[in-house]
Design a binder for this molecule. Structure first.
Ligand code: SAH
Length: 216
């Protein structure tokens, strides 16, 4: 269902309004949410829910993040056009589209082989072309580092050292860290080689797996 009609656009505008009311201020982020069709990621049966501010299942036990969460993490990343960005947890690819709309040069890595295969065919059909990688993103991508921005879209038990190591000077890592049920959103900035950490609200993500993540 790649069609995007006036009804879908209307629902998207309403979603943008809701996100503004919930505290998202960055107009570029809101414009990206207003532009990227979200309904195309949904199964026929769930189509009516595409523009609700909720997370939804995308198969393989994974989810498409809640729009507020996508907007919140993206706003905290302070994306500038041309930034080299690493996304860990491609999932449906929705967050990747938002980052690309903001002008990021995007590397996105997914652990689940099936989701990776699906997304790397689907996103280019929509006109979105990040670099797709399959593997354990908890180790980052040393061969492509450093990154201006790193976003982790799964809940981590700790801040993986590999990720802060792969941040460029002045770079920003946004990552939810906590237990399996809830995680605190952290922003870590590399300033003169030192790490400066800010804490925001609690969120509930699916677990980050892999070497620096949860086991199984
Ligand atoms: N950004 C996604 C949300 C994905 S949910 C979206 O916009 O839809 C989190 C994703 O992280 C899942 O697809 C899961 O398979 C993936 N994941 C979990 N651990 C990972 C790891 N170590 N490396 C890469 N991806 C991982």
């Amino acid at each position: 269902m790649l069609e995007d009609n006036y009804k879908q656009r209307g629902l998207r505008n309403k979603l943008v309004k809701k996100l503004r009311e919930k505290g998202i201020k960055d107009e570029a982020v809101l414009a990206a949410i207003g532009k990227v069709p979200r309904h195309v990621f949904f199964d026929e049966a769930l189509l009516n829910h595409a523009y609700e501010d909720k997370a939804f299942p995308i198969g393989e036990g994974q989810t498409i993040s809640q729009p507020f969460t996508v907007a919140f993490q993206t706003e905290k990343l302070e994306i500038k056009s041309g930034d080299k960005v690493l996304e860990i947890g491609t999932g449906s690819g929705y967050q990747a589209c938002i980052l690309l709309e903001l002008g990021a040069t995007l590397y996105t890595i997914e652990y689940n082989r099936k989701l990776y295969e699906t997304v790397r065919t689907f996103l280019p059909q929509m006109g979105y072309k990040p670099f797709f990688l399959h593997g354990d993103g908890s180790k980052g991508i040393p061969a492509k580092a450093p990154f201006d921005k790193i976003i982790v879209t799964a809940g981590a038990p700790v801040v993986p050292a590999a990720l802060t190591d792969q941040l460029a000077e002045g770079g920003i890592l946004v990552i939810p860290v906590g237990d399996r049920e809830k995680q605190l959103m952290l922003r870590i900035r590399k300033k003169n080689g030192k790490l400066v950490r800010e804490e925001f609200d609690y969120f509930a993500f699916v677990p980050l797996l892999g070497e620096q993540g949860w086991k199984g």
